[in-house]
Write a protein that binds this ligand. Sequence first.
Ligand SMILES: NC(=O)c1ccc[n+]([C@@H]2O[C@H](COP(=O)([O-])OP(=O)(O)OC[C@H]3O[C@@H](n4cnc5c(N)ncnc54)[C@H](O)[C@@H]3O)[C@@H](O)[C@H]2O)c1
Length: 343
Amino acid sequence: MINIGVIGLGMMGLTHLDVYAGLATAKVVAIADADAGRRNGTVKARGNVEGQAQGRFDVASVKGYADGFDLIRDPNVQMVDICLPTPLHHRFALAALEAGKHVLVEKPLARTSADAFAIADAADRAFEKDGVLAMPAMCMRFWPGWTWLKQAVVEQRYGKVLAAQFTRLASHPGGAFYQSADASGAAALDLHIHDADFIRHCFGTPRAVRSVGYSKVTGGVDHLFTHYFYEDIPLVTAEGGWCMAAGFPFQMRYRINFERATAVFDASAASPLMLYQDGKLEPVALGKASGYQEEIEYFLGCIAAQRRPETVTLREGAEAVRIVEAEVESIRTGEACPLPHTR
Ligand SMILES: NC(=O)c1ccc[n+]([C@@H]2O[C@H](COP(=O)([O-])OP(=O)(O)OC[C@H]3O[C@@H](n4cnc5c(N)ncnc54)[C@H](O)[C@@H]3O)[C@@H](O)[C@H]2O)c1
């Protein structure tokens, strides 16, 4: 049994608490939020994904802190789950690692790639010193239908990938954090990073990106379309944005054209993953657990086994931020932006 402290009780904090409420391997012993209404459970949250943040965990039943650093200092807390606004991830993650606590950090790992790589470096030191484990909460790496895609690509199950298109579109979620490009990094960093990361997960770091996009809500990049350049895959693209008209339903989709099949994923469909092969169209059976649950269970399993996470690493979380920064730079210059290999 691992004792958990969750910092930040917005939409993601409440989503994680719902997951912990259903697990026998973890116990939430403390929560922290600067807002008293969040701490006592009177203020609720709402997410894009059906069934998310349902309030299954009673926040008033555990120790509540106004200051997240006090939660980190609580000797009863063994693992800190950071669901704070993005610019705070860096400071709180470093403090938790320094205190010798295991750390799960929501995506994007940090507001800048420099901060994100600094978290990865600090986690390496904390692992050497105290055996501390840390992971970015990149939920798509655990999402039903997306783990299927990664495996199909790795195994070349239907031949090579010829074309891959990812789409993630929403209306603007509202709220001060999401209104500010400085805080959230706009849709490019906050929303589209899921696809930038998954593209890298499947195909490696592109040699360059070429993006077009515009600002509508935050002053940052609120809607973009990117071409990822690879030597061996002709066409990899992604579109992400949160400036659709109010009422537009959340769209999370991919379409992958392999040499011998075409896979289509649509999160809103009754059978989200469909496969066209040999003139037939078949649904692909998917697991029922959410990506959030799979991600948290995976990290708890790593802690129980004292094994560093491999499905997603902090350095990969930082790489995803670096790719998005290159996309934003490409929009600024109107040119392709190269992505040199890093350390
Ligand atoms: N994995 C996903 O699919 C996904 C989805 C949405 C958001 N996120 C990420 O999760 C993070 C949080 O997003 P959210 O939508 O839950 O935000 P939110 O604004 O709903 O919640 C943030 C919470 O943090 C609290 N807070 C702010 N500053 C604080 C401080 N200094 N000390 C203590 N509490 C403080 C706020 O009161 C609020 O309750 C962001 O990094 C976001 O990008 C991830």
